[in-house]
Write a protein that binds this ligand. Structure first.
Ligand code: IMP
Length: 194
C-alpha cells in the first residue's frame, strides 16, 4: 500500500485523514517519523503554506508526503480570516479566542456566508501536485455543539441545520472541505493504478 507522511501535528486532522483515506493509502504522522520541528507557515496563500510544509519534509526525509492548509473565508470580511485563520486572534490565540473575534467582527452583520477551503500539496517521487476542496455555509451567532475542532461550532454547511461540531464525524468527513481535497488525492492514486 502507498505510504505517505501527512505533515501535521493535529490529531483531529490525522484521524479525519485516516478515516477518509481508509485502506487506500497508509498515513504516517510527523510523530511516526520522529519529526518534532515547528514548521513556520510563512506563505501568503493556502497553496504556499501547504507547499512549504510538504517541501520541508521532502527535503529532510526524502519521502512521499502531503500537507494541507485550510482557511475559513467569510464573505462579509472580504475572505478573512483566510490564510490567517489559525492566528486570527493573534500568535498566542486559540480556537476559543479566534471564534470570539470572528463573532465580534460579524456582530450585526446580515451576510453570514462563508466557506472552508483546503489545499493539499502532495510531493510524490519529487513531483508536486495540488488538490483543493471547499464547502460553503454560514457562520451562526453563537457556538453550538461539542465535536470537531477549530471553527466547527460556528459553521453550518449549506443544506444542513447543524454545525460541523454537532454533526457526526462520519457526516462531516463525507462533505467537508478536507474530505473533498482528500478525495481528489485518492482519485489521483486510483487513476494512476489504471
Ligand atoms: P490549518 O490548516 O491547520 O493551518 O488550519 C487553519 C485554521 O483553520 C485553524 O484555526 C484550524 O483550527 C481551522 N480549521 C482547519 N480545519 C478546520 C475544520 O475542519 N473545521 C474547523 N476549523 C478548521
Amino acid at each position: 500500500m502507498k505510504k505517505l507522511v501527512f505533515v501535521t501535528n493535529n490529531n483531529h486532522k490525522l484521524a479525519e485523514a485516516k478515516a477518509i483515506l481508509n485502506n487506500k493509502v497508509e498515513i504516517c504522522s510527523l510523530k511516526d517519523i520522529a519529526c518534532f520541528d515547528e514548521i513556520a507557515e510563512t506563505g501568503s496563500t493556502l497553496n504556499e503554506n501547504a507547499e512549504i510544509k510538504a517541501n520541508y519534509i521532502f527535503e529532510r526525509f526524502n519521502c512521499d508526503t502531503f500537507a494541507d492548509d485550510t482557511g475559513l473565508e467569510v464573505d462579509a470580511l472580504n475572505g478573512a480570516p483566510g490564510v490567517y485563520s489559525a492566528r486570527y486572534a493573534g500568535e498566542d490565540g486559540n480556537a476559543t479566542k479566534n471564534i470570539e473575534k470572528l463573532l465580534k467582527e460579524l456582530k450585526g452583520e446580515k451576510n453570514r456566508k462563508a466557506q472552508f477551503r483546503t489545499v493539499i500539496a502532495l510531493i510524490e517521487n519529487g513531483k508536486k501536485h495540488f488538490f483543493e476542496g471547499k464547502i460553503e455555509g454560514k457562520i451562526i451567532e453563537k457556538q453550538k455543539g461539542n465535536g470537531g475542532f477549530g471553527y466547527d461550532s460556528v459553521f453550518i454547511p449549506d443544506g444542513y441545520d447543524k454545525t460541523f461540531a454537532e454533526l457526526a464525524p462520519e457526516v462531516k468527513n463525507s462533505i467537508s472541505h478536507r474530505a473533498k481535497a482528500m478525495q481528489l488525492l485518492v482519485d489521483y492514486f486510483n487513476n494512476k493504478e489504471k
